[in-house]
Write a protein of this length. Structure first.
Length: 142
């Protein structure tokens, strides 16, 4: 095998080693619905706010990590409710087994691309009990 052919093969292999990074990227749009619609939602990871959805249905672009995200939604007249979106392995990691091996797994693990969040997420907000003061944390309905 000539040196040029070998070099070309190595370059090709390195260019496709991190399948999830190439195909899906290290961020993901997470769609959030609520029942009823029109809720304001904040997205948290490890207790730190990472995104906001001003009105459902809506979405937020989230950096992928191997930790779940909590989506807390509120609306006047309804109880604030939190749903959790798990972080699972993205299907494109199978490409790393076939093509990329350890290099592909490492790249996808470092940039978060090997993870994928549940989406869409639906948050059901129960109506506040009669006589319960309105949710003070909820933004004004517009």
């Amino acid at each position: 095998m000539s040196k040029i052919s070998m070099l070309g093969g190595i370059c090709l292999m390195l260019s496709v080693t991190s399948c999830a990074s190439i195909v899906e990227g290290s961020s993901q749009e997470v769609m959030v619905n609520s029942a009823p619609s029109g809720a304001h939602c904040d997205v948290y990871r490890l207790g730190v706010a990472i995104a906001e959805i001003s009105k459902t249905p809506g979405s937020a672009t989230i950096k992928k990590r191997n930790k779940p995200i909590a989506i807390s939604c509120s609306k006047p007249g309804y109880e604030t409710t939190t749903a959790v979106a798990k972080s699972d392995l993205a299907a494109w990691n199978l490409g790393n087994i076939v093509i990329g091996g350890l290099i592909g797994f490492t790249i996808d693990w470092i940039d978060g691309a090997w993870n994928k969040y549940d989406s869409p997420v639906t948050v059901a907000l129960p109506a506040s009990a009669p006589g319960t003061p309105p949710n003070q944390d909820a933004p004004n309905a517009s």
